[in-house]
Design a protein around this ligand. Sequence first.
Ligand code: DGJ
Length: 730
Amino acid sequence: MRLLVQITAYLLPLFWASQVASADNQIIIETQQTALVIRVDKDADPTMVYLGKRLQQPTEYGLLTGNGKRGEDYTKIYNSVYTPAGGRNLLEPAIQVTHADGNPSLDLKYVRHEKSDLADGIVLTKVYLKDPQYPFEVTLFYKAYQKEDVIEQWSSIRHTEKKPVRMQKYASANLYLPAQSYYLTHFHGDWAQEMKPEEIQLSAGLKVLDTKLGTRADLFQAPSFLLALNKPADEETGEVLAGTLAWSGNYQLQFEVDPLRNLRLISGINPYASEYTLAPNKEFVTPAFLFTYSASGTGTASRNMHRWARKHRIPQGEGNRLTLLNNWEATFFDFNEEKLTTLFKDGKKLGVDLFLLDDGWFGNKYPRNNDRTSLGDWQENKQKLPHGLGYLIKEAESAGIRFGIWLEPEMVSPKSELYEKHPDWVIKLPNRAEYYFRNQLVLDLSNPKVQDFVYSIVDDMLTKNPTLGYIKWDCNAVIYNAFSATNANQSHLYIDYVQGLYKVLERLRTKYPTLPLMLCSGGGGRVDYGALKYFTEFWPSDNTDGLERVFIQWDYSYFYPAIATCNHITDWGKQPIKFRTDVAMMGKMGYDIVVGKLDEKELSFSQEALKTYSRVKEVIWKGDLFRLVAPYKNNLASLMYVSEKQDKAVWFSYLVSNRYQEGSQAPIRLKGLNPAKKYKVQELNVYPGTNSRINQNPAVLSGDYLMTVGFNPVVDARRTSVVLELTETN
Ligand code: DGJ
């Protein structure tokens, strides 16, 4: 049997251990349920021999047969942990560089590795690799979140060659997964149709998911996927890896079924138009690839992601959120102080925490009365707001409601004072016609002066209005005609842009650590865990049609927790306000309606719903999500949130088909409850003037019964959405 080096240093808090591997060494990276095993062979090539359920006996990792090979690996590095291009590699590389002397090959040998215990049950493993011929080094980082079963992986690249090295590719992670078959679910779409899932069986060769949009990068394709092994993805059974790249720019996810029928997964920044020149002694750090492996289906995978995101990534992920009333769909660009005052007073009457003033409040030389002008000129429009924002904020506060504001700091309108003053701050080619996305252009955040400007837009706003309670940060354009007037290296632009954006956000978060910030992008074209390090919540889609949202939110829920998902009740769609409210409750609820247009019943229903929400929101935001019935294959959608203590649950069910007699014909089996506990089942959000058969005689049932036999929420054409609350009782 091979000699195993068991790494025990991580058992000692904050203790660093450095080890030099001899032949056949293994590096074992574990969470509570998962293990990733790297083996270093006699030639010091680091290969990945295992990613899956953690074994009970770590010594048995030594029995693994290399990479599950079912034939000849001509190169011996099909399963490299970070495949270098140009030498003996025959497959998709993770890294490709041209050395200072023009040599286009790279070899990466294992040097040593270190493990350290960070706070909160996080173990960081660093694996140092080096080219034997060149002073060129790569360090692989694996941060293993023990309790959440999530691994965050990234790499850092540096060299001390005499001149810069050109890097054609520089992935974040390179995984190897042997199985019989592979089913990839990816999520594509466009404006108002974000996150449409598609599951395909991977065939031999390469499948690439990517974006080249620059900003709002995941408009067409999300940087997140589900990869099921041996059978299609299922909610409760089977092996599945949920992965996502934490990068708010061009990304690339590659899935290669290799000649041995094993799967190679390479994820990172998209190399498209992005050759990166790395100077000696400079470090290039890739974004992180996050993944969780589940041996019990997609349900476990998403609960892992949610727990990780709440605890380790999203600001105030375990804190509070504000309900709000937005004026965008109520007024669009057409408002004045009087209208806004009526709206926020109505917001107070409705019972929300905050009024959010959307687009259209700025620009004087070019007033923002439509979407063709003024972005960049962030001064109050004197006609619409003659007394300024400060006045409005005070008025709102004295009416008992907080005030928030919309900004689109990264953008510029061709018709704006900013563009006239600083044409060189705009991303555009000097010798091509300007081409617009929503009539606007993108500011060049690779330029430090532009970074300062963007920072100052927000900082000035908050300095002048220190009680401002919320910022909605929009981003409506993609990058066309990519060219920077100041960047010495045009092929760095896409990367420098995102890094520039993160620098600005980092400065803002340092100064305003608790400010609620919404990540918006003309819908959901920009949500990823790179941006969610700074934003408390995100806008999944402009499509707020209640029925559509059942599907859209369902698919976001694989990766993002309810507390970060902004769901607003608007006038989109044909569903009654109860349906739209029930759907919006499955996340961070808000409104974008004219409250004054609600009839008496609608208003009192909404006021009550907000009170109910404030009572049950903790369960929805911080509980475990169980998807019970999928809307894609059924006439229903049903899902529930269960508190950590299993003493409370909130259960949502919706009719998603209008066919005759459709509805919940049979009991639905619940999940995640404690079988030994008894729960009282009561209906919430009962519409005024209607009776709940469930509340007439509330059932008290054991968790065992509810999970084994189930309960019928009675969803039908007269009860198209039903919300039930389960409370532990004696
Ligand atoms: C796109 C956003 O998704 C909308 O909610 C709204 O803020 C508009 N932009 C404003 O221009």
